[in-house]
Each structure stands twice: as C-alpha cells, then as structure tokens.
Design a protein around this ligand. Structure first.
Ligand code: AHR
Length: 514
C-alpha cells in the first residue's frame, strides 16, 4: 500500500514536471496533529512606540481609550484573536526589574531603556497593566523573566505576585495594588537572547543558570507554569544541542529567534518600502529558510526527546528593515508592505507544517515595531498587510493540520529560484477545511489544481484574497485600505475531489471548503 502511494506520488511529480502543472494534493482524512493556536502569537516590548502610544496612552489621554489602553487597538486585536502575548521583551526584559512597574504610578521610578535609544521609561505600564490587557484580549500572557541582570529571588517574587493565592507578602502587595485574584499566567521565559543582549553567555553557562531559575520557577508556579529556555540565534545548532543535552529535563520549551533581512546585512537591512525585485526575492527566500532552520533544530531535539515533550517556540520572527526616514534608529519603526504579507503567510504555512514540534511563535512585534500588525500616529491607526494575513489565517488556530503535498513551478530571478507557491491546510472542529495559498511570483498568475483524497467536499464556502498593485504597496494613515482583503472568486469545484484555482501574482488566498 505504502509502495503504491510512493509510486503514485512519483508519477504525479513526473507528470506535473513534464506538463508544468501545479498540483496540491491534500489528504482530507489523514489529519493527526493540532496546529497550536499559539503559533499565531504576538510580542510586545518596551521599545520605541510599541507600549507607549501603541498600546497604552493613559486614562487622561485625548485619544479614545479603555482604562488607558487605546480603544481602536483593543478592538483591532480582539478581532485578530490573539492567542498569546509575550512581554516585556526582548532585550528590555533582561534589564527589567518588575517592582519598578507596580503600585501608584506617581511613585514608580523612571529608568533608562538602555537597549532601545536610551529613552526614559516611566514604568506607567507594568505588570498589572500588562496582565489586565491580556484579560481584555482573552489571550495568555507569556512573561519573559530577567536572567541577565536580575536574580532568582526577584523572579520568584514576580511569579508569586502574579500567580499565587497564598497569604504571603507578594500576594498581599498585589492585593494592595487592587488585584484580589491571581492572573492566569501560563508561560515564563527564562531569559531572552542570553547568548547576546541577555548576558553574552556560552550555552554551557546559560544551561546551568536555566536549570537553577527553572527549578525555582517550577516550585512557585502554582498554576503549572510552562518554562521556556532561551534558544538559539538562528542557525546556532550547537546552542540547541547543549541545551537539550544538559537542560532538557528542566524546561518545557525551547525558543528560537530568526529575523529576515532582505538587504545586504545587519548594517544595511534595506528599506521597508523602497526596494526592487532583488530585495523582494531575497526577503522571501530568507523567510523560507525558516523551514530548514526549524527542521534542523527539531532534528536535534528529536535526538534527545523523541516523544516531543519539549516544545519549540519561535518566539521572535519577522522581517527587520531600516527604520522609516526620520524615525529614531533605536525605535525600530518600519512600514509594512505586500512583501511583508507574503513573508507572514509563507512563514505561517511553514510553522503550521511543523506543528508536531512548534507549539508557539511570536511575530515581532504587535504595534509600531518591526513587522507590526498595527501602526499608530496620534489618534490615527492603520492595519498593516501583515495584520490582514494574521486575520485570514486565524482559521488554522487549533485546527488539525492536513497532510499535503505540493508540486509547483519555481519563481526564478537571475540564477536563483524559490517555489512559487506556499500553502498549508487544516480542518477545524466543525469539519470545515481551510486551505491557505500564496503566489510569491510578483508578475505571473498561477493556475493550481487541488486534489482531495480520503474524502470529498460538497462546496467551496468562501474565498478571501489579499493582494496589491505593487509588491511594495503599503497602507498609510491617509490611505489605510490600499492593501485590504476582498472576496476571492477564482476557485472552481470540478468534482467532489478536485478544484481549480487561479492565484493572482503576489497574493495570499484563503479558501473554506465543506
Ligand atoms: O525584537 C527586537 C529585538 O530583537 C528584541 O529585543 C531582541 O530579543 C531581538 O534581538
């Protein structure tokens, strides 16, 4: 049977290649693994205008707000179904002393945000404000603890302040600050980028520290805290090896950070809006590297943990460009184009397909920083193309991944090429099938045949498309709907097991089948 299936796929590949047809084979009855909704997670750091201006304007602001949180942002994020939010950093986390951010605001000390432009941080947004925000959004908080410049005791106090109901000083302090019941905090990161801004550590040194911190986090985390070890910088596979070898029993998850740079490198990252096809192509190619990266880290993790007890969390990812002209270089404010949308869609397809090991991912960042969902300016707000992709893709949250096989043409530029199509498919608890498709080719419409095996479908319920006239098209405060989703009609049911779809150039499509 298995041999026959291999032969069938082999024949399919041969015919498809000969005839240059694009075929997506989906096994509708073969789904086994849940796509953890936390793959659609977000990240908010005290950096630039992410927290202040972006999320928090304070109760006395003329900008419409709900207890200090921007009203427009809250509504947009509620519609997005954010499953989890990581905070307070990032590099900021390893400089953050949480007690500075609680109690009467007037008494909170001002500190220097040393990593991000030296900006003065007044600590008016702290633990209570963050955890209450998570409750308003209906998402899980993911706290990043300070290992770089903090102490175990400080972390333990924080955990008790947030999660305990015991009659102990930290709980009484919380009650004094107006919060009676503990919050539901599920995830704690043991340091951030401990190989870099979080302490410049070797993997061996960090592993020892992680074991120490995570032991105490487990002791006080009465509500089953999931402890996340700091993972590698992109392709530092040795970091993963050491952590898994010596620390796997002391953590529930291991993180991974990977940023896409479309320009020449960290010192010339390239513009977010003014780029040609070369940087469009490079951006996509570098984003697709996530597949190889996750496969290789997962393979190392499998060597030590074949039952996949330790999760992989890609808790920082996205495209990182030069800041917008005139913006503070330390504030990482960048525009967001149709290229960002395709980077988001193809990355989410990759993460969906690795959902047996990848249980969370947090795009950097939620508002006004890097590949943001939302940009704000005074009382104006704009939803970015990346926001629209996340909204279109939230149908995959907690659905079951459907095994699929895609044979497709290449998108070629010069001597280089990448697959022209990206896709992933899932079935939700109501039996609805969602297929996400991106055409990465910026100039060519692609015809795709979708074959469904195991079970047929009765109809195409709906289709949505996000595309634009140019790959660098953006939404601005004056023209906020240049890149917006609309109904998609170019999918045709040929039979219960066969569809034909024409995917316009540089577009993201989601189909719902039933
Ligand atoms: O997301 C911006 C920064 O990128 C984070 O603070 C850090 O963890 C990473 O280097």
């Amino acid at each position: 049977m298995k041999k026959l299936a291999v032969l069938f796929i082999g024949l399919l590949v041969t015919f498809a290649t000969m005839a240059q047809v694009n075929v997506l084979q989906i096994d509708v009855a073969g789904g086994k693994t849940r796509i953890n909704k936390n793959i659609y997670g977000q990240f908010a750091e005290h950096l630039g205008r992410c927290i202040y201006d972006g999320i928090w304007v304070g109760k006395d602001s003329p900008i419409p707000n709900v207890n200090g949180y921007r009203k427009d942002l809250l509504e947009a994020l509620q519609a997005l179904k954010v499953p989890v939010l990581r905070w307070p950093g990032g590099c900021f986390a390893d400089t953050y002393h949480w007690k500075n951010g609680i109690g009467p605001v007037a008494d909170r000390p001002k500190i220097k945000n040393a990593f991000w432009g030296g900006t003065i941080e007044d600590n008016s947004f702290g633990t209570n404000e963050f955890l209450n925000l998570c409750e308003l959004l209906g998402c899980d908080p993911y706290i990043s603890a300070n290992v770089g410049s903090g102490t175990v005791g400080e972390m333990v106090d924080w955990i008790q302040y947030m999660t305990s109901d015991d009659n102990v000083p930290m709980v009484n302090l919380r009650k004094q600050n107006g919060r009676e019941k503990p919050w539901n905090v599920k995830f704690i990161g043991i340091g951030n980028e401990s190989w870099g801004c979080g302490g410049n550590m070797t993997p061996e040194h960090y592993t020892d520290l992680m074991r120490q911190y995570s032991g105490y986090a487990g002791l006080y985390g009465g509500n089953n805290l999931h402890r996340i070890g700091c993972g590698s910088n992109g392709s530092d596979f040795n970091w993963t090896k050491v952590l898994m070898d010596k620390g796997r029993n002391n953590m529930d998850g291991l993180s991974l950070h990977y940023y896409t740079i479309a320009g020449e490198g960290w010192s010339k990252k390239g513009s977010a809006t003014t780029f040609g096809e070369d940087q469009y192509f490079t951006g996509l190619k570098k984003a697709l590297y996530m597949d190889e990266l996750v496969s290789k880290h997962s393979a190392i993790m499998d060597e030590y943990d074949k039952d996949k007890r330790v999760d992989l969390l890609v808790d920082e990812w996205g495209i990182w460009t030069d800041v917008e002209p005139g913006a503070n270089p330390g504030h990482l404010f960048q525009q967001n184009s149709m290229r960002d949308a395709l980077i988001a869609s193809s990355t989410l397809d990759i993460l969906n397909k690795h959902c047996d090991r990848v249980k969370m991912a947090n795009i950097a960042q939620i508002v006004n920083v890097l590949q943001a969902m939302i940009l704000t300016q005074g009382n104006k707000m704009v939803l970015t193309p990346t926001y629209h992709v996340f909204k279109m893709y939230n149908v995959h949250q907690d659905a079951t991944l459907l095994p699929s096989n895609l044979i497709c043409e290449q998108y070629q530029l010069g001597n280089d090429q990448i697959p022209a199509i990206s896709s992933s498919s899932s079935v939700d608890k109501n039996g609805k099938i969602h297929v996400t498709l991106s055409n990465l080719n910026p100039t060519k419409e692609i015809k795709l045949e979708i074959n469904l095996s195991g079970k047929g479908i009765a109809k195409i319920n709906s289709g949505t498309i996000l595309t634009a006239a140019a790959f660098n098209a953006v939404n601005t405060f004056d023209k906020p709907e240049t890149v917006s989703p609309v109904a998609f009609k170019n999918a045709k049911k040929i039979s219960d097991n066969k569809l034909e779809v024409s995917i316009p150039s540089k577009s993201v499509v989601v189909l719902e089948l039933e």
